[in-house]
Ligand binder design. Sequence first.
Ligand code: HXC
Length: 534
Amino acid sequence: MEPAKEAPREASKKDRAAAPNLKRLRQMVETIMQGGGPGRIQAQRAKGKFTARERINYLLDEGSFQETDQLVSTRCADFGLKEKDPPGDGVVTGFGNIAGREVCVFAQDFTVLGGSLGHAHAMKICKVMDLALANRVPVVGLLDSGGARIQEGVNSLDGYGDIFYRNTKCSGVIPQISVILGPCAGGAVYSPALTDFIFMVQGISHMFVTGPDVVKAATGEDVSFDQLGGCEAHASKSGVCHFVAQSEPDCFRQIRELLSFLPQNRWEKPPREANPDPIRRTIPLLEKMCEMDPRKPYRIHHVIWQIADEHKFFEVHTDFAKNIVVGFMRMGGESVGVVANNPAHFAGALDINSADKAARFIRCLNAFNIPIVTLTDVPGFWPGVTQEHGGIIRHGAKLLFAYSEATVPKIAVVIRKAYGGAYIAMSSKKLGSDFNYSSPSAEIAVMGPAGAIEILYSRELAAAKTDADRAALRAKLAAEYAAKFASPYQTASTGSIDEVIEPGQLRYKIIRALRLLRDKRAPGSHENRGNIPL
Ligand code: HXC
């Protein structure tokens, strides 16, 4: 009995011995799978980081990864690189599935020469980007790299040039997602900056053009790794990072969720999902808001959660320029991008950062055929020397440009206030919006009553005999002005508001408009629309 049991194992050993070609391949693959070796993998784990291959497995549907260019090796003979023969030249590339949809992926391997980018490494990334572009599928880059590989000189720099060029050619054609999963320096940060969305993970992700030591040498500033290029710096201050995850698994879950809102490419529409939430669900909260003090701050998220299918909102750029809120939701099962003033910060006024944030998001939505829902509650542009000298004119113009340029369905609702240039900027009718609704309590005017009467009646106010007379006159004039202009009715009478709606019906109104606009065709809607970083 015993020998019979052993027989199959013996046979397979013999097969292997008789199959030197297979053996050779398997040995080569096994070596490559080791990456930088057990020591460096251990060091990677000690920093709380996964390896490049573990990351790909977490990101993609189980068992779906198909590797490309596994056997590519460096051609650089300097600094003993050829003898080191860095496995896969420090990057794993290929394709696989996310929720059953095809994606291309690359993951830099920090255990191999710090994930630094040499010529072959760059060529592998370029090849997988070309594959993504030719086959019209998203590309996800998992970055963990010390930047240009110093040993390979200008070949490394040129490698970055090749990647930046492709990032730009892919822009607005296929979704590009960058995930920062380690210390990314130099060229390793500019490629992500050209892509549509950047993810970082608390504690392990850092991005900077030059590190703390160079900063100290050049400017004398003392700054830590985290202060200079950690999640907080880029999510809330620089605005470079769109999403912060608490851990790598959380990050991969968020990427999968983001992709569920996006189409595979600019020719497709985002996937539609079954919607269990009644489209005629009414919103009592909005009826209450309609009667509230117009100066009272509130978080616009409460409105977004109410109108979204199942109250779900996937926010983008949560911690940057909080006076405007952008993100994805579904309405009646359709993927929709929302852009909303947030009165909880700066009273919802527009400033430089909020204009940049919204304009880029709108351009991304337009590139990928995602309808835009705009919720307006804006007292105007934020005044001040810092804003003027910082270029609010230039930055605010990006918002005007983005809305005017967008050919996707555009639906806007004035929730409470829409004053001056900010009224125009927030997807007003004249910027080509398809449907403009308003709450009955909305105030739409060139400026608020207080400012307007100081300009219109400056002489009368100056002529008042006493302060009490002046105050009484002010109150009377402000009330008259408010009665005439602080309402949506003048705007509705011109057709710039299509309908003053029952606020409780807002969800249904938007979904009905979206359904009419589903096959909207507008001049220019078939043109390429690059998503330039703004
Ligand atoms: C070659 C590199 C490298 C690089 C890291 N390594 N960066 N090798 N070229 N750019 C190697 C290290 O020598 C080391 O090899 C291994 O990777 C791990 O690096 P450590 O320094 O030990 O790790 P850590 O302490 O975690 O620090 C990581 C780091 C640091 C912050 C990324 O290595 C660093 O500062 N690297 C240089 C970053 C930089 O200035 N890059 C800019 C390049 S210029 P061993 O064998 O010891 O394990 C650039 C310009 C492009 O990118 C411009 C395009 C527009």
